[in-house]
Design a binder for this molecule. Sequence first.
Ligand code: SIN
Length: 184
Amino acid sequence: MAQSDDSGMQTGDEWVFGYGSLIFRVDFPYVERHPAWIDHWQRRFWQGSHDHRGTPDAPGRVLTLAPAPGVRCGGMVYRVRGSVLEALDYREKNGYERFPIPIVLKDGRVLRGITYLAPPENPAFLGPAPDETIARQMARSSGPSGNNADYVIDLARALRAMGERDDHVFALAGLLSDGAASHT
Ligand code: SIN
């Protein structure tokens, strides 16, 4: 039988910080969730997606985290059971690794948890490009989880609803929403 401590954490439970699709596509069960942030990281659309928002022949672009001293990246933290963590490993399998990280809650509590980070060494990593180039690639990409453009637009909407500002995400969402990316 699972053991639990004073905070209700059971053996195998993990805190998972979501900064991208884990904010707006919550198709997994969780015990609790809270708005939270991580320090010294920023979202970047630098990871290729062959399995969710693109295909092996025409990869889309999804988020990873890039080091950014002094920058705070807001998102959502979930407490999940061990079996759910395994399912998330599968969902994030295309280049992402569990990365241990301190996660700060709005009340100041710091949780020791993980996030899914796609490091530059992974084979699907694409790296930086000008916003217009990224937007053009996204405008023509889609995969089993939907259009690449919707990934960005749905995330921008979710961040705004949480009161989070992210200029990189909002700039791409703007380019994709007004259709500019598909005409250039
Ligand atoms: C995340 O959402 O935290 C990881 C990247 C993604 O699945 O979009």
